[in-house]
Design a protein around this ligand. Structure first.
Ligand code: NAD
Ligand code: GLY
Length: 359
């Protein structure tokens, strides 16, 4: 097992990465300082992995809530169901919430934990590639609104993250591939050597080679932990993690939550961001081609959805957490391995990208 740390003074916590971690009772129990535990999971993940937790937690009062599966249920309505369960069972302020699932369950569980009685401890047990490399680390929690993706939420750090790679065995290929969009993102924004490694080793990852997957999860978590330690509340460098996300979130909201997976929408968004970076005179044609080629080889979509028009994109992109005074601000690439902080771009250049980028 590998242990990384997110260094945030008194809020610091470990990320455990390895195999057979769900079977290690102490790993989990050592982070629980209460008798009452609520497991938040969903109807897909529960049949596979809930029993491991239940077995490890026999000494506790354990309740479980199984959410419906899907991005469309990442709403305040279902957060309220978590509160109902906590209140019906008279859970106190020292109760621990465990989020067992992908990014949707993790974001929702974390947000419920942040709000219940103004904050109860929580533990992330991420079960998708995307959640293991990105969403379980760093304390961004929240839900979607019909008018904007992830627009309601809180920064709230977990007690620990337990990333058991064995759970990825049951993940389908589309989800595995979607998670790799966030992995490629790390290479693009700050780790050119990782990008080159991905160019060489993508076939092994797609074949689910365990050592390649372990390497990718560790290196991604390392990148994320360093960024979060430097800028927990996204006043600067953390925003670079949003490369492609302003376009991607517009696609997720515009097409209806769940139509495109988050990682798929981010992949198309990275294509848009790369195109705009090229128009700014920063990214070379060769590097643009390398980016699109890696996304395609990974099996990620790069073509914008035909159903969305430019006006709709601009409308949706004006609802984004990086915007200032309603003005769109984007993360772009100076080169592979170097991202800008959020910048306002010339509207006509942005429109050129929105009209012309074709993947
Ligand atoms: P997800 O949570 O919807 O999981 C994907 C699918 O895989 C679901 O159907 C789920 O039930 C299923 N699943 C999960 N684990 C499984 C397993 N081990 N075996 C079989 N099936 C399994 O999606 P995701 O890609 O994990 O996360 C996307 C969400 O994460 C989005 O809502 C996105 O906004 C959010 N996100 C948050 C952050 C953050 O920093 N908080 C970062 C990136 C993404
Ligand atoms: N996934 C973006 C962040 O954690 O900041």
């Amino acid at each position: 097992m590998k242990e990384l740390r997110v260094e945030l003074k008194e809020k610091s916590y470990p990320i455990y990465i390895g195999t057979e971690l769900l079977m290690q009772k102490d790993l989990l129990v050592n982070h629980i300082k209460s008798k009452q535990v609520l497991i938040v999971t969903n109807v897909t993940v529960a049949p596979y992995y809930l029993s491991y937790l239940q077995k490890n937690l026999e000494q506790f009062q354990v309740e479980t809530i199984e959410l419906p599966d899907g991005e469309q249920y990442k709403t305040l309505e279902f957060i309220n169901k978590i509160f109902d369960c906590l209140l019906e069972n008279k859970y106190s302020r020292n109760a621990t919430l465990i989020a067992l699932g992908g990014g949707v369950v993790g974001d929702m569980g974390g947000f419920a934990a942040a709000c219940y009685q103004r904050g109860i401890p929580f533990i992330q047990i991420p079960t998708t590639v995307l959640a293991q490399v990105d969403s379980s680390v760093g304390g961004k929690t929240g839900v979607n609104h019909s008018l904007g993706k992830n627009m309601i939420g809180a920064f709230y750090q977990p007690q620990c993250v337990i990333a058991d790679m064995d759970v990825l065995d049951t993940l389908d290929d589309r989800q595995l591939v979607a998670g790799l969009a966030e992995v490629i993102k790390y290479g693009l924004i700050r780790d050119v050597e990782f990008f080159k490694w991905l160019e060489k080793n993508i076939a092994q990852l797609l074949a689910r080679d365990k050592s390649a997957l372990t390497y990718v999860i560790e290196r991604s978590c390392n990148n994320k932990a360093e960024i979060v330690a430097e800028d927990e509340f996204e006043s600067g460098i953390r925003a670079t993690l949003n490369l492609g996300h302003t376009f991607g979130h517009a696609i997720e909201t515009g097409m209806g939550y769940g139509t495109y997976l988050h990682g798929e929408a981010v992949s198309i968004g990275i294509g848009y961001a790369a195109d705009l970076s090229k128009r700014m005179g920063w990214l070379s044609n060769v590097d643009m081609e390398r980016i699109i080629s890696l996304l395609k080889t990974t099996g990620l979509p790069v073509n914008p959805p035909k159903e969305m028009n430019v006006a709709q994109f601009i409308d949706l992109m004006t609802v984004d957490k990086k915007n200032v005074d309603g003005e769109i601000r984007l993360i772009l690439l100076k080169s592979i391995g170097e991202a800008t902080l959020p910048i306002s771009v010339n509207q006509s250049l942005l429109e050129q990208t929105l009209y012309n980028y074709a993947g």
